[in-house]
Design a protein around this ligand. Structure first.
Ligand SMILES: NC(=O)c1ccc[n+]([C@@H]2O[C@H](COP(=O)([O-])OP(=O)(O)OC[C@H]3O[C@@H](n4cnc5c(N)ncnc54)[C@H](O)[C@@H]3O)[C@@H](O)[C@H]2O)c1
Length: 349
């Protein structure tokens, strides 16, 4: 059974530690953080867990793998050193600060035959998996557009913009749902609070299929919204991650258009049918994510969110950032990287 180190015990790291501690397939946990007060908090909650402020110790005490939950600027350096020490590596989202760094880690992991996984937690979330099923089974018909709102008040970060903090969630879900990312993006944003660090952004996406998309991310909004609308030719979906009773609603609504038989006469009819809230699995996404990492370590298979999946998101984030700096110019992404087939059936029951 794998022995796993967790680096970064701030806000998010303790969630990884809790899920490792509750997983029977992890035999030992070692935690690392630069701040003694964070290590003390872990020690008082998990007395059996060894803690250290030294990353070198994590590399040299016979662990199998490391999970990195530190600020973005440190992801590449820490992940590289762990891969060089022949550890399997999980890196929180966003994977790296550039696609060059992402490609280097992917290459190194391949050469060292190491598992490399990225923390795209939403891809393990039952409502997100349900929506993927609705899209794949064509229940929605042809998807025309999607619109996502991911806003709240704070927390302003020191080293990343709101785009790099929040948009990875939407971009990884889009890759997962449609098997491909956008071919072009444009974005408008502003740094209203901290100079040089945008806290509001409106991102437009164009896809090869003709679908269009929009993502709004903000740390400067009065209430927390996590809401995605997907409109297809047959049905429409609203996914509200803050609605604990009905996270996904499928609307049997649409518009039928018939070509006019004579000039000047055209017919539109609006269809409004049932609204269905599908039953969803209750598994905690992070539990499924941690299990996938442990299982990938054990069986040497690719995790669902591998390095390539992290890279696809970083490429779009870079293009969005370029567009932000160039006043909303449309940035072409070139041919989309196709998403590799998921190595197993992970649909919600
Ligand atoms: N998957 C998700 O849904 C999700 C949610 C929140 C955050 N995250 C990601 O998790 C990562 C951490 O975010 P956070 O909000 O916990 O940040 P945070 O600032 O609260 O915690 C980061 C911790 O890393 C420690 N640290 C920094 N450099 C270190 C080093 N070299 N060695 C050891 N420890 C070091 C800091 O002392 C701090 O305690 C980010 O990449 C973030 O995007 C993911």
């Amino acid at each position: 059974m794998p022995k796993v180190g967790v680096v970064g015990c701030g806000y998010w790291g303790p969630n990884l530690i809790r899920n490792l501690a509750e997983n029977r397939n992890c035999s030992q946990i070692v935690c690392c953080d630069l701040r003694p007060e964070n290590l003390e908090r872990i020690s008082s909650r998990y007395p059996a867990v060894h803690v250290t402020p030294e990353f070198e110790e994590i590399l040299g005490i016979g662990l199998d793998a490391v999970m990195i939950a530190t600020p973005l600027s440190t992801h590449y350096g820490l992940a590289r050193r762990a891969l060089e020490a022949d550890l399997d590596v999980f890196v929180e989202k966003p994977f790296t600060a550039s696609s060059m760094e992402a490609m280097d880690l992917i290459d190194l992991a391949r050469r060292r035959k190491r598992v490399l996984m990225v923390g795209h937690t939403f891809e393990y979330s039952p409502p997100v998996i349900k929506i993927r099923d609705l899209i794949e089974s064509k229940e929605l018909g042809t998807v025309f557009y999607l619109s996502s709102t991911r806003v709240n008040l704070g927390l302003h970060q020191k080293d990343v913009s709101v785009v790099w903090d929040l948009a990875p969630h939407d971009l990884s879900m889009i890759n997962f749902w449609f098997g491909t990312g956008p071919t072009a993006v444009s974005a408008l944003g502003r740094d209203f609070v901290q100079p040089g660090i945008p806290d509001v952004a409106f991102i437009s996406l164009t896809f090869g299929s003709g679908m269009i998309g929009h993502i709004q991310v903000s740390w400067l909004s009065p209430s927390k919204l996590r809401r995605t609308t997907i409109v297809g030719s047959r049905k429409m979906v609203i996914y509200d991650d803050t609605d604990h009773l009905e996270r996904v609603k499928v609307f049997d609504k649409g518009v039928n258009f018939r070509d006019p038989e004579t000039f000047g006469e055209y017919q539109l009819s609006y269809r409004t049918g049932d609204i269905v809230s599908p039953k969803l699995d209750t598994t905690e996404p992070l539990q499924a994510e941690v299990s996938d990492f442990l299982e990938s370590i054990r069986t040497r298979r690719r995790p669902k969110c591998d390095g390539e999946s992290g890279l696809r998101v970083i490429r779009v984030l870079e293009a969005v950032e370029r567009s932000l700096h160039e006043g909303g110019r449309i940035i072409e992404l070139g041919p989309p990287l196709e998403v590799a087939a998921t190595p197993r059936d992970d649909r919600a029951p």
